[in-house]
Design a protein around this ligand. Structure first.
Ligand code: ADP
Length: 523
């Protein structure tokens, strides 16, 4: 039999699909992680931009406060401390981030602030005096504060400095920006103004930009930590795994269905080829069968002739013996039918091309085949015993092909017996074992030597001068096609034994064990 077109078997396809699914899952998980990373980045940038806008507006307000306080300081000499103090108080009330407002007289450095607030650290004086900027920034990182120092008047020989102290933490507080897990930092000349805990997470995304202020060069940083749980969301991964598993399963089913369709097509082509081969082989066997068939036909034809002659004689009598005449007609009709049956079988044997599956009684089929080769058996003085343990053993198969299998096995047995000196015998047992129909064809010929036994079923293997070596390979194809199997071994008492097993459709009578019968047959 030509093997069907090679297809990826499930045992290799499944691991491949699993591998592909795992790869797809890994890629999808990485893709999702990247998407989450980009989301976090976008969120952090949006959060940072909002905070940046708010803080820039807030620090602009400081410029406005300082300008108004400076103007008030210069109204009179000495400055109107009461009025300045009132303005400072209202500024602190409305802007809680402004924690101190004071006025320092540079001519009296030893004095505390003129408005009676906390004494500013000496660094404030140094910073303000050394600077020519409109506004001088002096950070107090230990207190998370920032001092804004403005000289009044804004010249090198200024007499006063307005000191405004900012609470940096309150400065960055913004209702519209949810604090979340982001870390917000303000730096002045690289110096962080806030205490910040170390970042958690694997890595972080950062928004960083200087505040839009001409006078207060502060730098804003919004940093968002990213951990594994941010990148790989379990629900999402589970859903992904489920979808990919479903897709892999669907692909497996689809490939299996396509392969099955392909194999069915290939099998159909093979079946046609095998049927042609089987037919050719049967036509080839016709020569061997001719004498058997002629012999088979002789009997009913002779019977018809004698019954017709008897009828003629009965009809010629004066007194008509109706029952005898009727019996003669019936007998010749019966024999004509038998002859018709033999010819019908012969016709089926030769003409049938396409196999058709039907109920086939193996006992009857073996009987028919033995009858067909009857003549040859007699000339070889071979005894064929059919041992049906049950009268009816039915399988689903093509009748002519089953006949052909049995014919090939018996013919091989007959061939093997041609060269033996002793009386040849072929025993055929038809029975049921383990729920399967079995046909055993056993001869008492030379048996199978190991070299022959190993190659028996190979196409074109033959040890006969006239042989084609196709009989047994054809038998294998025909038997396997209907779900059966064939095997060969040496029989216990010498000779070869061929066993054909077929799925049983139904049988009558109790099962007989195959081990019982060869002993009986030998008796
Ligand atoms: P062929 O009959 O044309 O040789 P087969 O395929 O039917 O082809 O048989 C292949 C070979 O198997 C035979 O040539 C023969 O050597 C061996 N063989 C088959 N049946 C028997 C048997 N009953 N006893 C011994 N040898 C056998």
């Amino acid at each position: 039999m030509i093997p069907p077109a090679p297809a990826l078997p499930a045992s290799r396809r499944r691991p491949l699909l699993v591998w592909l699914a795992v790869m797809a899952f890994a890629l999808a998980a990485l893709g999702a992680a990247f998407w989450h990373y980009r989301q976090r980045q976008a969120e952090t940038f949006a959060e940072g931009a909002t905070l940046h806008r708010i803080l820039s507006q807030r620090v602009d307000q400081h410029d406005a406060h300082l300008t108004s306080l400076a103007a008030l300081t210069q109204i009179a000499d000495p400055p109107p401390l009461d009025a300045i103090g009132q303005v400072a108080t209202s500024i602190k009330r409305f802007y809680p981030r402004i924690v101190e407002v004071d006025l320092i007289d540079l001519m009296h450095e030893d004095k505390a602030g003129l408005l009676g607030g906390e004494t500013p650290p000496p660094s404030a004086y140094t910073a303000a005096r050394g600077s020519t900027a409109i506004l001088t920034l002096a950070p107090l990182p230990a207190q998370e504060r920032l001092m804004l120092l403005k000289r009044v008047p804004a010249t090198a020989g200024a007499q006063y400095i307005i000191v405004v102290q900012l609470d940096v933490r309150r400065l960055i507080e913004a209702e519209r920006v949810p604090p979340g897990r982001s870390r917000i930092q303000l730096t002045f000349e690289g110096l962080p103004l806030l205490f910040a805990p170390p970042m958690e997470g694997l890595f972080s995304v950062t928004y960083a930009a200087p505040l839009a202020s001409r006078t207060q060069p502060l730098y804003l940083e919004v940093e968002h930590p990213i951990g594994l749980a941010d990148l790989f969301v379990w629900n999402e991964l589970l859903l992904l795994a489920l979808l990919i598993a479903m897709a892999a399963y669907a692909a497996d089913r689809l490939i299996a269905a396509r392969q099955a369709a392909k194999e069915a097509g290939a099998r159909a082509v093979l079946a046609t080829q095998d049927a042609r081969l089987a037919h050719a082989s049967r036509v080839n066997a016709m020569g061997e069968l001719a004498s058997g068939i002629a012999h088979e036909l002789t009997q009913p034809l002779t019977a018809i002739l004698s019954q017709c002659q008897a009828g003629q004689r009965l009809a010629a009598r004066d007194v008509l013996d109706r029952p005898a005449l009727q019996a003669a007609f019936e007998a010749s009709a019966r024999n004509a039918k038998r002859a018709g049956d033999i010819l019908g079988r012969l016709r089926a044997w030769v003409t049938k091309g396409q196999p058709s599956v039907e109920d086939v009684d193996l006992v009857a089929t073996v009987g028919d085949v033995v009858q067909m080769i009857g003549q040859e058996r007699e000339s070889l003085s071979v005894e064929i015993l059919i041992r049906p343990e049950r009268p009816v053993i039915v399988v689903r198969a093509d009748r002519v092909q089953m006949e052909q299998v049995i014919f090939n096995l018996i013919r091989n047995g007959l061939d093997a017996l041609r060269c033996v000196a002793h009386a040849g015998r072929i025993t055929i047992w038809v029975g049921v074992t383990g729920g399967q129909a079995e046909i055993h064809v056993i001869d008492n010929g030379p048996g199978l030597d190991p070299a022959t036994a190993a190659r028996l079923f190979e196409p074109f293997f033959t040890t006969k001068p006239e042989g084609m070596g196709l009989g047994l390979s054809l038998c294998t194809t025909l038997i396997e096609r209907v779900g059966g199997a064939i095997e060969a071994r040496n029989a216990e008492g010498g000779g070869a034994e061929f066993v054909v097993r077929l799925p049983l459709a139904h049988a009558r009578l109790a099962e007989t064990r195959a081990t019982e019968w060869p002993r009986e047959a030998a008796e």
